[in-house]
Write a protein that binds this ligand. Structure first.
Ligand code: PEP
Length: 250
């Protein structure tokens, strides 16, 4: 039985004060470990949020990292820096980086390798554009993103992976994948993962759905057999709505 995993992506929102209050609100509403819960604040608030969440059932993640552990990479943050700031997770390949600033698959692959070997758990995001879905290319896109982004991973690295299926047309748009679309994509991802890393790894893999998840649509998505959680953007910015999704997962 796979434990549900709900992660909140705060993107480039919050101030120091609202991030602290949001973390406090989330921690208050997550009483136990029935569901795995993490929040991914902007870099400047990581240590602050990690301080608030220390000893709680809520973990912290970064929204991105570089593949190098240090170096002349202005504006970047290394996996080790995320660990030092109190992170357990990092998002890699979010569509706002893949498509927003054209991060290529090879670059993402290097990040996944670096982050997992530093000891972080990676939430690796995949998903098709609307035009790709309409052209019936969803499976080709997912297959390519998984095989390129996860190429050459060790068994240890594979054990630190969660996949987030985030159809790009559903992120921040209010459009949610229909349950049958989500289930079909998740089952396909699990099949690709089995071909890449074996049945046992695929059966243990957590696959989150992301794309306009809200408290009122979460239950229907989270009960699908291959949906093991959610990556939540907009609805993660209010403790009440994020907790509504966490509670829908119980
Ligand atoms: C996201 O940021 O990964 C996301 C899914 O955003 P939203 O929930 O707002 O669609």
């Amino acid at each position: 039985m796979r434990k549900k995993f709900i992660a909140g992506n705060w993107k480039m929102y919050t101030t120091a004060a609202t991030a602290k209050a949001l973390a406090e609100g989330v921690a208050k509403g997550v009483a136990d470990n029935a569901v795995t819960v993490a929040v991914c604040p902007p870099f400047p608030w990581l240590a602050l949020v990690a301080d608030v969440l220390r000893g709680s059932a809520v973990a912290v993640g970064g929204q991105n990292c570089h593949y190098a552990n240090e170096g002349a990479y202005t504006g970047d943050v290394s996996p080790q820096m995320l660990l030092d700031a109190g992170c357990k997770y990092v998002l890699v390949g979010h569509s706002e980086r893949r498509h927003g600033i054209n991060e290529p698959d090879l670059f993402l692959n290097r990040k996944v390798k670096a982050a997992t070997s530093a000891g972080l758990n990676v939430i690796f995001c995949v998903g098709e554009l609307l035009a790709e879905r309409e052209a019936k290319q969803t499976e080709d896109v997912l297959d390519y993103q998984l095989s390129a982004g996860l190429a050459g991973l060790s068994k240890d690295a594979v054990a630190k992976l969660t996949i987030a299926y985030e159809p790009v047309w559903a992120i921040g748009t209010g459009k949610v994948a229909k349950p049958e679309e989500a289930q079909e994509a998740h089952a396909f991802i699990r099949k690709c993962f089995a071909a890449q890393f074996g049945e046992a790894a695929a059966n243990a893999l957590l696959i989150q759905y992301g794309g306009s998840v809200k408290p009122d649509n979460a239950r229907e998505l989270l009960k699908l057999p291959d949906v093991d959680g959610a990556l939540v953007g907009g609805a993660a910015l209010k403790a009440e709505s994020f907790l509504g999704i966490v509670h829908a997962a119980v």
